[in-house]
Design a protein around this ligand. Structure first.
Ligand SMILES: *Cc1c(COP(=O)(O)O)cnc(C)c1O
Length: 504
């Protein structure tokens, strides 16, 4: 139903031939005539000894090449991308439409008086996001979720240092957390204390209490957590963490599970980051840069990065007036274009933003209803409780019965032309499939996805060997995933850089 093209497009270099007349770049410019050949000004040792091998193609060949490439790629504009935790929702075209040279033509060094429009947009976005999160102020600067987290971790660190409690060096993080949480906290110099998940799929409060103490700097949580389960004892958790002198950090990368219904600030969180590129309609995953807005409450506002956007009643301005700020975390004002997209997204929804959450949650639970009785799968933790924005399925039984893994099933899904879920995350679920449809998917598309899912699981029981050989009906079959990532030393670019920088 959503199949992308399956051919394997060659590189432009591979289809290039010398035999046809094509566009020719001549360097017969005024500058060359005036100053002579540039070669005269460059050191001999860096001059090329032969001409660069630029593909020789006609215009239509180039156009067709890129058109075919575009047809080979799969994205939300073609079909669902149910990658749990990634919130791959539809990016409304109105948001693209309104980003024109009025936005892209601005320069960050322009005088404030000449950019009042964009500052006004950013000012309102700050206010709206503070309202949505139940915090006092937001800074739009961090360019990604993880960099919002890192900024938040630095704020927590500085807060304790300012109070003369720099000995607080432990960050508590649940074992189902997104990997960026422990990474950001560790980068900020914290020791990571892992908090286990109880059978109910929520923070194990007894284990939490056991580790809270004078060294606690804070706790990073996402609620609903990565199992899609709402931490029902969040107020108690907040009291415990605050009681021990720590701060509570909210990972709001995926706000779809609570948007317009409850607010992190009201749950007791002190600092919140948001992924504009997940929850607020800006594209991501190869689709464009992100924004990891960071928000704070009460005295933590003073620690936010600078600048934020201020308004004095008649003029918008860049405000650096924050006594305890951790400083700048990104060049200029962050990635402005996704911010404007999220402004348009919010403006188009208004108070109906609540429906985003409602539909996303119904979609998750409808999918669960369609697949939960399939042989071979279980939905661990939380004892059949309703899920919020996403669900994590375990294929452990299927693996035990047939030897077919979560990855094999994911590859078989690709073979049938649907996008695979997130696999092997969170780490506490064996043979995990993490699925999130967002508000974008219709009842029909969820039913279709569920039918394909069912077909694959049944085939795994009937013919497990076949599952090991998928995908066949795709441009490339199974990639060597280790090679793709690991032996950097085999990568020509890396080799070249190593030589240049003399790094090993
Ligand atoms: C995506 C995600 C992040 C990190 O966001 P990036 O923009 O990829 O850095 C953090 N936490 C959760 C729960 C996420 O899903």
């Amino acid at each position: 139903m959503w199949q992308q093209a399956r051919w394997n497009e060659p590189l432009l270099f591979e289809v290039s031939t010398c035999s046809k007349p094509t566009f020719n770049i001549t360097i017969d410019t005024d500058i060359v005539r005036e100053v002579g050949d540039v070669k005269n000004y460059l050191p001999k040792e860096i001059l090329r000894s032969e001409l660069p091998r630029i593909p020789n193609l006609s215009e239509i060949e180039v156009v067709r090449h890129f058109t075919r490439l575009s047809q080979m790629s799969y994205g939300v504009d073609l079909g669902p991308v149910p990658l749990g935790s990634c919130t791959m929702k539809y990016n409304p075209k109105i948001c693209e439409e309104l980003i024109d040279e009025r936005v892209t033509g601005l320069h960050p060094y322009q005088d404030e008086d000449t950019v009042q429009g964009i500052l006004e947009i950013m000012y309102h976005l700050q206010r709206w996001l503070a309202e949505i999160t139940g915090t006092d102020e937001c800074c739009l600067q961090p360019p990604a979720g993880a960099s919002g987290e890192f900024a938040g971790a630095l704020m927590i660190k500085k807060y304790h240092i300012d109070r003369g409690e720099s000995f607080r060096d432990e960050m508590l993080i649940p074992d189902n957390a997104h990997g960026s949480n422990p990474a950001s906290a560790a980068m900020a110099g914290f020791k990571i204390i892992r908090i286990p998940t109880s059978e109910s799929g929520e923070v194990d409060i007894r284990a939490l209490k056991a580790v809270l103490g004078s060294k606690t700097a804070g706790m990073m949580l996402t609620n609903p957590n990565t199992l899609g389960i709402f931490e029902s004892r969040i107020l108690e958790i907040a009291d415990e963490v605050h009681g021990a002198g720590g701060l509570l950090y909210y990972d709001g990368a995926n706000l779809n599970g609570i948007l317009g219904i409850v607010r992190p600030g009201d749950m007791g969180f002190d600092i919140v980051h948001l992924n504009i590129h997940k929850t607020f309609g800006a594209p991501h995953g190869g689709g464009g840069p992100g924004a990891g807005v960071i928000c704070a409450k009460g005295e933590l506002v003073d620690y936010l990065p600078v600048p934020t956007i201020g308004f004095n009643g008649s003029k918008y301005f860049l405000s650096y007036n924050r006594s305890k700020t951790i400083g700048r975390v990104s060049q200029f004002y962050g990635n402005v274009i996704p911010l404007v997209k999220s402004f348009i997204y919010l403006l188009s929804l208004g108070p109906e933003i609540r429906e985003v959450c409602e539909v996303a949650v119904i979609n998750t639970n409808y999918f669960i209803k369609l697949i939960k009785d399939l042989k071979g799968i279980t939905i661990p933790y939380g004892d059949n409780k309703f899920r919020k924005h996403e669900v994590v399925i375990s294929l452990e039984n299927l693996f035990r019965d047939t030897g077919v893994t979560a990855e094999d099933v994911a590859k078989a899904l690709l073979d049938r032309g649907v996008h695979a879920p997130t696999i092997y995350f969170p780490l506490i679920v064996k043979e995990a499939h993490m699925i999130e449809f967002t508000e974008s998917e219709s009842k029909e598309s969820i039913e279709y996805y569920a039918s394909i899912y069912k077909e694959v699981i049944e085939e795994a029981y009937n013919n497990p060997e076949k599952l090991k050989r998928y995908p066949k009906n795709t441009s490339v079959s199974r990639l060597n995933q280790v090679m793709a990532n690991h032996p950097l030393t085999r990568c020509p670019t890396y080799q070249m850089l190593s030589k240049l920088r003399k790094i090993r």
